[in-house]
Structure formats: structure tokens, C-alpha cells
Design a protein around this ligand. Structure first.
Ligand SMILES: Nc1ncnc2c1ncn2[C@@H]1O[C@H](COP(=O)(O)OP(=O)(O)OP(=O)(O)O)[C@@H](O)[C@H]1O
Length: 235
């Protein structure tokens, strides 16, 4: 579904970060990218959704190379993004945030799909409240629901468990699995939390200095994989 080949990208002030990175994510799978701080996880997700322009390589979405397209064109083709730190519109209500996720797509009605509110009952309960008044875990659910309101085919999640208590992390992991199971959505997430990865992902890819070193590793066994922890995660 997503096929990345020899991708290179970086920052004008910081040089190249992604170095010929290649990774494939099958349709309907949840793949977690793991790696130490600063190895390029956020840069990878931002390059896939078009917030950073790549200098070389391919990003294929169902066979079409989207690497030359603008971020808004990629969104229209079905790429959804939940940034690190959620970035909900704090002064907007929960309902307005969800509407914003929908009307960003041409041709979509402003109405929030009922299944989304059933999936995230706390958002239905707090629909009229300002998003900035929600807890971190509730804001994360809102950020995910806002991205889903645009009906993406590929959802990119940047550290969805960051700063969230374990019970809510487990809840979000279960919801993501449900959504993927019922819709065939494909998910690529950057994560540091191995509990989240084991509960949610199908496979793991390890990133090191801007390149994927190993991928397709069964996520269920990741917590006890001390050899790879030492190789890719320990400082
Ligand atoms: N806006 C920027 N300008 C210049 N360099 C940047 C910028 N953002 C990130 N970098 C650099 O790019 C490299 C990769 O950063 P990135 O945020 O992609 O890593 P990460 O794996 O997501 O790290 P973390 O786990 O800490 O979020 C780092 O060396 C970082 O300093």
C-alpha cells in the first residue's frame, strides 16, 4: 500500500536526515517505526505527508508516486497525519475540531460521522467543550478522530502514547486495532512505548541514522527482544 524507496530528506539548516530510506507497509497493517531520539522518525512521517519535501527517492501510495505532490494533494489522496504533541485547535470545541478534519477534504459534508463518536464516546460527551480543556489522553483521541474524520487510507501517527497514562494507551491501542479491522485502514506510527507497540502493531521497523535497518519484525515479541533493544533503542 505504502512503498518507500531510497528516500532522502532533511532540513536546510540541519543537513540530510533520511538517507536512502526504504520501507513497505501492506494494506490494512499497523507498522511501528522504532529508534532512538533524533534518528529520523518524525522526519520520516512529515516527509510522507508532504510537510517536508524529499530530495530523492519514491513514496508510492497504491503504486502512485506522491513524492512530488504538495501536502494538501497527498491529504486528498488519503494520507492522514496525527502530529507529535497532538496539535488540536485548543480554542475550538471538540465538535469544531472534528468538523475541521472533515471540511479540509473537498466534497465532504461538515457532519461528523456517527461511528466516530461511537468509537470515541468521550468526544461525544465533550463535544461542546474547548479542546484545550481536555486531558492529554482525550486530546490524543481527538487528534486521531480529527484525522479519521477526513477518511484517510493511510494514517501516520507520531508518538501517540507520549505523555499518556498506561490505561488510556491500552484503550487507544485497542481502538486503533478495531478501526483497522473494520475499515482496512493502513497505519504507520512512530513510537517509543513498547507496550503500545506490542498491543497495537503487527510489525516493527527499526530506524537508525535515517535509514530502516530491519523491518517486518513481529511486534508481539518486541518487549523481550533485548538484542534489538541494545542495538537500536539503548543510548
Ligand atoms: N526543523 C529542524 N531543523 C533542523 N534539523 C532538524 C529539525 N527537526 C529535526 N531536526 C534534526 O533531524 C534529526 C532527526 O530528527 P527527528 O525529529 O526526525 O527524530 P526522531 O527520531 O523523531 O526523534 P524523537 O524521538 O526525539 O522525536 C535530528 O538530528 C534533529 O536534530
Amino acid at each position: 500500500m505504502l512503498d518507500i524507496k531510497d528516500l532522502c530528506a532533511g532540513y536546510p539548516s540541519g543537513g540530510r536526515v533520511l538517507e536512502n530510506l526504504s520501507l513497505s507497509v501492506p494494506q490494512g497493517a499497523i507498522v511501528a517505526v522504532l529508534g532512538r531520539n533524533g534518528m529520523g522518525k518524525t522526519t520520516l512521517l512529515r516527509t510522507i505527508c508532504g510537510l517536508i519535501r524529499s530530495s530523492d527517492g519514491e513514496i508510492r501510495l497504491n503504486g502512485t508516486d506522491i513524492a512530488g505532490k504538495h501536502a494538501y494533494q497527498r491529504a486528498r489522496l488519503g494520507v492522514g497525519f496525527v502530529p507529535q504533541g497532538r496539535e488540536v485547535f485548543e480554542e475550538f470545541t471538540v465538535a469544531e475540531n472534528l468538523t475541521a478534519g472533515r471540511i479540509a477534504k473537498p466534497g465532504f459534508s461538515a457532519g461528523v460521522p456517527a461511528h466516530l463518536l461511537e468509537m470515541f464516546p468521550i468526544l461525544a460527551e465533550r463535544a461542546k467543550q474547548k479542546a484545550g480543556s481536555l486531558s492529554g489522553g482525550q486530546q490524543q483521541q481527538l487528534a486521531i478522530a480529527r484525522a479519521l474524520a477526513g477518511e484517510p487510507r493511510l494514517l501516520l501517527l507520531d508518538e501517540p502514547s507520549e505523555g499518556i497514562q498506561p490505561s488510556i494507551v491500552a484503550d487507544i491501542a485497542a481502538k486503533l486495532r478495531d478501526i483497522v479491522g473494520s475499515t482496512g485502514l493502513t497505519v504507520l506510527m512512530a513510537e517509543q512505548n513498547l507496550e503500545m507497540v506490542a498491543a497495537c502493531a503487527d510489525t516493527v521497523a527499526f530506524i537508525d541514522h535515517g535509514a530502516i535497518k530491519e523491518s517486518g519484525i513481529d511486534a508481539a515479541g518486541i518487549r523481550s527482544d533485548h538484542e534489538r533493544h541494545a542495538k537500536y533503542l539503548s543510548i
